[in-house]
Design a protein around this ligand. Structure first.
Ligand code: LRH
Length: 496
């Protein structure tokens, strides 16, 4: 067969990149074409600020990536993190900069929304974890704070669909990214008229849902001329990065646990149908839509964010540590010096993370970590404990036992975190690929073009394209003890 060449554009928490994937019928090989920073920009108005996506610059970077790749590419797919969207006006122009989910405008919206819609009702329909970053809360805040502007909106497009629209001129609401909104009927896989009505948001603002793995359109003529590209197909992949990563989990078995670890940690399992009941509600489980109509039953846990943000703070203070250096310092720090609840709301916003960690430890009567090594070790240990907790909750909901955890994403670069995860969860951790999101993005293009049959075949291809690594659990008794302490003294803070 003729080689296939595709581009995956992935907009992640600290950087964006355009990666070229080459498929020879047996293996997919990756070649990074263009990498760029993806940092939010805060703009101050008279008294308030707003944290935005730097959308125009990112669109320029996307074009640079296509240009650098040259003419020899067949298609492109786009993925980003979940929940964020842009507003188009009636003529299809971008109305304003898309707002970043870490903007503080949604703070307190969950409480306000309960006056309008009962949470049990919301969960029964959407099966979504309650997080104030969800599109549902963002739109409620938008309606309240920027009422006039919101009134001018003709369409709401999620970020991957927004990039896709400006590339091709075609609009869609891809299923996986739409399912992060908390506005979908999880069972019907369509917009929930009831929720939209209760929230006072018009259904007309949203395009119909489309499934991942179908062509969206061709690169628009004007862009083809500008970039010197003859014909480039824009394909709707799983626009939600987590679901692109899911498509590339190298599992052979049907029932498995996955951990997609980047800025966020997504810990879950794959199901054929949504699992929505009181237990899942009480554990804060989410049902996210994925490829081939599958559901990722998962928990959204803060991931490397706390390390990334601590590193940024040390950089501001004149200490530029690499992630590798931080990992080495953490390895030689004292075990279990302090335990954290990574899900505590104080860790969500931007800002001085080490100071917040120290405050958390002081308020919970623990040792206060003073060195970067102690702080990073505390974060890693606490993440591993969170994963154990999520695993127990999932097993309780599905009544299944799993034989291993498949871990993918940037987090697998940390041997320490992978080993701690195996120890805390008491099952082997199989790591790889690091670039699962990119593989899944490229894979869905291959499925759309009928070069690969389905996700099962794609997962087999990933197994032959990548070397996987395995971590066996050890020191499990110590971790059992620490887990009990953490669960009863630290974790409960979340409910306060
Ligand atoms: C991970 C992710 C996650 C959340 C968050 C906003 O990158 O997409 O699934 O929704 O970002």
């Amino acid at each position: 067969m003729a080689e296939k060449h595709m581009l995956a554009a992935d907009f992640g928490g600290s950087s964006g990149r355009v990666v070229k994937g080459n498929f020879d019928g047996n293996r997919i090989s990756l070649e990074e074409i263009h990498r760029f920073a993806n940092e939010p920009v805060t703009l101050w108005g008279k008294e308030t600020s707003v944290m935005c996506w730097d959308f125009l610059r990112l669109f320029c970077e996307l074009k640079k990536g296509i240009l650098k790749a040259g003419g020899n590419t067949d298609s492109i797919g786009i993925d980003t993190w979940g929940v964020d969207y842009g507003l188009l006006d009636q003529s299809g122009q971008l109305l304003t900069n898309p707002i970043h989910y870490r903007d503080l405008r949604t703070s307190g919206m969950r409480r306000e929304a309960t006056a309008q819609i009962e949470e049990s009702f919301l969960y029964e329909i959407t099966g979504s974890q309650f997080m104030e970053i969800n599109t549902f809360y963002q739109l409620l805040a938008e309606k309240k704070i920027r009422k006039d502007l919101f009134g001018m909106a003709g369409q709401v497009l999620f970020l991957p669909d927004l990039f896709g629209y400006f590339l091709s001129g075609e609009r869609t609401a891809e299923y996986s990214i739409a399912s992060t909104s908390q506005l979908l009927d999880a069972r019907g896989k369509s917009w929930s008229e009831e929720i939209l009505k209760a929230a006072g948001i018009s259904r007309r603002l949203f395009p119909d849902i489309s499934m991942p793995g179908i062509p969206l359109g061709m690169l628009r003529r004007e862009l083809s001329q500008e970039l010197g590209v003859k014909s480039l197909k824009v394909i709707t992949v799983a626009g939600h990065d987590t679901q692109s990563a899911m498509a590339a989990i190298p599992a052979e078995e049907e029932d498995f646990l996955f951990l997609s670890c980047g800025t966020w940690s997504l810990f879950g399992t794959e199901l054929k149908e949504p699992l929505i009941n009181e237990k899942a509600f009480s554990y804060g489980m989410t049902n996210e839509g994925g490829c081939e109509n599958k559901i990722s039953f998962l928990k959204n846990i803060v991931g490397l964010w706390m390390i990334q943000e601590s590193r940024r703070q040390w950089m501001r203070e004149g200490q530029a540590y690499s992630f590798g250096e931080l990992e080495d310092m953490a390895k030689s720090a004292k075990p279990f010096c302090c335990l954290l609840d990574p899900d505590a709301p104080i860790f969500l916003p931007e800002g001085n993370m080490p100071k917040r960690i120290q405050r958390f430890c002081q308020e919970s009567g623990q040792n206060i970590p003073e060195t970067p090594g102690a702080i990073v070790r505390g974060i890693d240990e606490s993440l591993a404990l969170c994963y154990r907790n999520a695993m127990e909750e999932i097993q309780d909901c599905t009544q299944k036992k799993y034989r291993a955890i498949y871990m993918v994403g940037g987090g697998i670069q940390s041997n320490l975190l992978c080993q701690m995860t195996a120890n805390a969860c008491k099952v082997p951790v199989i790591t790889g690929p690091q670039e699962a999101t990119v593989y899944g993005n490229l894979g869905m293009q291959l499925i759309a073009e009928q070069e690969v049959k389905d996700v099962k075949e794609l997962r087999g291809l990933i197994r032959t394209s990548e070397d996987l690594k395995r971590y066996e659990p050890s020191d499990t008794e110590v971790w059992d003890e620490i887990y009990e302490i953490w669960k009863h003294t630290v974790k409960v803070r979340e409910d306060n």
